[in-house]
Design a protein around this ligand. Structure first.
Ligand code: 5RP
Length: 236
């Protein structure tokens, strides 16, 4: 299958294929969201169908839930699972400490809840996601629709007080309307350029009443499985 793929899809596919080696019979597995995670769900579906692998999956979005059911994975809720053995998910950026930016696909809230409720988080990524310092990718922040413009102003003030390089917060759109998450919230994408102190920024933003969660995943990821366009795979 991988031979017909573009280099970027091949990188995502080989990372996903390697990551499913972490999955064992009987596990409760968090299923991430995005194009790389979709490869992983398809690979898991093949193992369920062809090898009789028995797992229960907790999806992090309605999109992933539909895909997982479609490939024959038993889908349960996080509350039914209570705790997960493993979560496999993609990322928009990762650094040398395996801290991440996530939420490019708008699923950061469920993704963070699921990853935090897992013994292990494995991230699958193509080489383009590796950065020295987080922040080139706009940081998604999920906010309550009520008073979102006030929340945006408060975030911008926080960025100034923390001396963050870029300070522009843009409401994510879906055509002419705001993009709405699975939880009914909006997303502000923060164009920061470089995030000097990711942990401090994450904690400060999450203190604001209108902020639900942000896309910085600090000390959550355990392993990154990195795919290359030529089919090589590395583990960090
Ligand atoms: C969705 C995410 C995705 O994992 C992230 O955007 C990476 O997506 P892709 O694998 O399509 O590059 O955080 O909310």
């Amino acid at each position: 299958m991988s031979q017909e793929l573009s280099p970027i899809d091949k990188a995502k596919f080989v990372a996903a294929k390697r990551a499913v080696d972490f999955v064992e019979d009987g596990m409760r597995v968090g299923l991430g969201t995005g194009s790389t995670a979709a490869w992983m769900v398809r690979c898991l579906g093949e193992l369920v169908r062809d090898d009789g692998l028995k797992i229960r999956g907790v999806p992090t979005s309605t999109r992933t839930a539909e895909l997982a059911r479609g490939v024959g994975i038993e889908v349960i809720t996080l509350d039914e699972a209570k705790w997960l053995d493993l979560t496999i998910d993609g990322a928009d950026e990762f650094d040398a400490d395996l801290n991440l930016i996530k939420g490019g696909g708008g699923a950061l809230l469920q993704e963070k809840i699921v990853a935090t409720a897992s013994d292990q988080m494995v991230v699958i990524a193509d080489i383009g996601k590796e950065v020295e310092t987080l922040g080139a990718f706009p940081l998604p922040v999920e906010v309550i629709p009520f008073g979102w413009q006030t929340t945006k102003s408060l975030i911008e003030e926080l960025l100034i007080s923390m001396d963050v390089l870029g300070r522009e917060a843009r409401l994510r759109m879906n055509g002419a309307s705001p993009f709405v998450t699975d939880e009914g919230n909006y997303i502000l994408d923060l164009h920061l350029g470089r995030i000097g102190n990711a942990q401090q920024l994450s904690l400060a933003m999450n203190q604001m009443p209108g902020v639900v969660e942000n896309g910085l995943f600090i000390d959550i990821c355990d392993v990154v499985v990195l795919g290359y366009g030529d089919g090589r795979v590395e583990t960090r």
